[in-house]
Design a protein around this ligand. Structure first.
Ligand code: PEP
Length: 249
């Protein structure tokens, strides 16, 4: 049985007040699912000290390097020390706005795992790729790059978020059937290389305009094990409603 995970990706938003309000609401998260919050780096310390026990902390990005002359970068070891359990790698905004290719994302994934963090690997296709029926090719390549870079089962204990780029921040959500089909494909692809035990335990999140109104339907799909929430995670009440849909489902 996979415990559902609802993770909030604040992107470059939020302040001390949001940390306080989310921490207050998170106190009402019953424990039926797992909640994680990924604020920007400068808010990690405040979140670590205010989030209730059982609510996990995550970061939004990590360097592929351990230490050194990499101005502006943050290492996996630093995130661990700051109290993080999770780190998002390969978010589509990093891939498109900052030119992160599959190789670089794999380096970050390896660095995160090596330090003892749980990577949340984001994969997903653009609208043009979906229209050209290339979703499985693109997502398959994104997964293979990780599995090529890791000796042994790459996704053991990891989390993957399927985030169709056309659904992120657009208000347009994949239908439950569309999302389920890609999630089933991901689990199958991982099973082929990492084995069925790793694939069966792997948590696959859906991300892309998930909100209180559509969460239950998406989370009811057999291969959707939670959500990576952008916009709606900035509203503590909405975020808690999504969490409750996961905890009750
Ligand atoms: C995201 O950026 O990971 C995301 C899913 O954003 P939104 O929920 O706003 O579409």
């Amino acid at each position: 049985m996979r415990r559902k995970l609802i993770a909030g990706n604040w992107k470059m938003n939020g302040d001390q007040d949001l940390v306080r309000r989310v921490a207050e609401h998170a106190a009402d998260s019953g424990g039926g699912a797992e909640m994680a919050v990924c604020p920007p780096f400068p808010l990690l310390a405040a979140a670590a000290s205010q989030l209730p026990f059982g609510v996990a902390l995550g970061a939004q990005d990590v360097s592929e390097y351990e230490a050194g002359a990499y101005t502006g970068e943050v290492s996996a070891g630093m995130l661990l020390e700051a109290g993080c359990r999770y780190v998002i790698v390969g978010h589509s905004e990093r891939r498109t706005l900052y030119g992160e290719d599959n190789g670089r994302v794999a380096g970050k994934f390896v660095a995160a795992r090596g330090a003892g963090l749980t990577p949340i690997l984001c994969v997903g296709e653009t609208l043009a790729e979906r229209d050209a029926e290339r979703t499985e090719v693109v997502v398959g390549e994104q997964l293979d790059a990780i599995m090529d870079a890791v000796d042994g089962p790459a996704f053991q204990g990891a989390v993957i978020a399927y985030e169709p780029v056309w659904a992120i921040g657009t208000g347009r959500t994949a239908t439950p059937d569309q999302a389920q089909a890609v999630h089933a494909f991901i689990r199958q692809r991982v099973a082929e290389r990492d084995g069925s035990e790793v694939a069966d335990q792997l948590r696959l999140l859906y991300g892309g305009s998930m909100k209180a109104e559509n969460a239950a339907e998406l989370l009811a799909q057999p291969d959707i094990d939670g959500g990576l929430i952008g916009g709606a995670s900035l509203d503590p009440e909405s975020f808690l409603s999504i969490y409750n849909a996961a905890a009750e489902g």
